[in-house]
Design a protein around this ligand. Structure first.
Ligand code: F6P
Length: 326
């Protein structure tokens, strides 16, 4: 096993609260073990264009509790192409970077896997996405903070909904997944939750709303994952309203507010543990894996398995949400 002398670190895809804590942990753990660190700016875009800068222990001071990512992030089309990845590998050789830590989600790890396979680059991933849609970790960095942001917002919406006897449709993030929606539906006592996984149709939703009204609910909240197959919250509200209009209806789309803000204690600790875990995995010769936390233990899962989010079920939580919303 050849000794690692310099690693690169980047953030890619949608930013998530706690990414800075992960960057800090990667840099400080590497320095602790006598390894140099190059920060790669703008995700894979910066890897292709050579936007690298040396980072020291003090370069990452006072970022632990800050949202966003000091390295910036991007969704890089060019990295989906083999030619883009060849340019990136050349940049790494030129900068004498022996290994890479990538912080991101599905798209980030798909690219990392290809870079490792095609160019023999050693890569370890850290799950950084508010969506929590990766296998091999109970939680992704940013999910806890984002769900707390949603809960705070929905609690406020609840006050005005009950004052006016209104039905609110609240759209939360999750283009392909309903983890944010389901978790926050339980935490806010929503009457129903619409997710791409559960596949509930409009008739079922109207039945639930009618039952709620019959049992004297004067106002209600429906949480909608943006990726629901019936459409977004606007569309679903319009479909419901055209057939069932017992309530005055309003829609709130929470949007990117969910990605910002200072990371929670949970996300800071998760990011710190996984940052250390990722660097130590590279030192021990691992590659092509994501560091994750399962049952409070840091474990490593091949990228190919990690991006298969289907292995992380939602059924039990959905059942809890349904029982408690009567
Ligand atoms: O991947 C995280 C995420 O926030 C998704 O939940 C959301 O669908 C998407 O990013 C939005 O991406 P963008 O900021 O590029 O529009």
């Amino acid at each position: 096993m050849s000794k690692i002398e310099r690693i690169g670190v980047l953030t890619s895809g949608g930013d998530a609260p706690g990414m800075n804590a992960a960057i800090r942990a990667v840099v400080r753990c590497a320095v602790f073990h006598g390894i140099e660190v190059s920060g790669v700016f703008q995700g894979y875009d910066g890897l292709i264009s050579g936007d690298l800068k040396r980072l020291h222990a003090r370069s990452v001071a006072k970022i632990l509790g800050r949202g966003g990512t000091i390295l910036k992030s991007a969704r890089c089309e060019e990295f989906f192409e083999a030619a883009g990845r060849s340019k990136a590998a050349a940049v790494l050789r030129e900068a004498k970077v022996d290994a890479l830590v990538v912080i991101g989600g599905n798209g980030t790890f798909t690219g990392a896997q290809k870079l490792a396979e095609e160019h023999g680059v050693k890569v370890v991933g850290i799950p950084g996405t508010i969506d929590n849609d990766l296998a091999g970790t109970d939680y992704t960095i940013g999910y806890d903070t984002a769900t707390n942001t949603v809960v705070e917002a929905v609690d406020k919406i609840r006050d005005t909904a009950s004052s006016h006897n209104r039905l609110f449709f609240v759209e939360v993030m999750g283009r392909d997944s309903g983890y944010i929606a389901l978790k926050t539906a339980i935490a806010t006592g929503a009457i129903a939750v619409m997710t791409p996984e559960a596949g509930m149709d409009i008739d079922d939703l109207i039945d639930i709303l009618a039952r709620g009204e019959e049992s004297n609910k004067t106002s209600s909240i429906v949480i909608v994952a943006e990726g629901d197959t019936n459409g977004g919250a606007m569309e679903i509200a319009a479909k419901v309203h055209s057939r069932y209009n017992k309530y005055d209806t309003r829609v709130t789309v929470l949007g990117h507010i969910q990605r910002g803000g200072d990371p929670s204690c949970f996300d800071r600790v998760l990011a710190s543990r996984l940052g250390v875990g990722a660097v130590e995995a590279l030192i021990s010769g691992q590659s092509n894996v994501m560091a994750g936390l399962v049952n409070d233990e840091v474990i490593y899962t091949p990228f190919m398995e990690a991006i298969n989010r289907k292995s992380k079920g939602l059924d039990e939580e959905l059942r809890v949400a349904q029982i408690l919303s009567i």
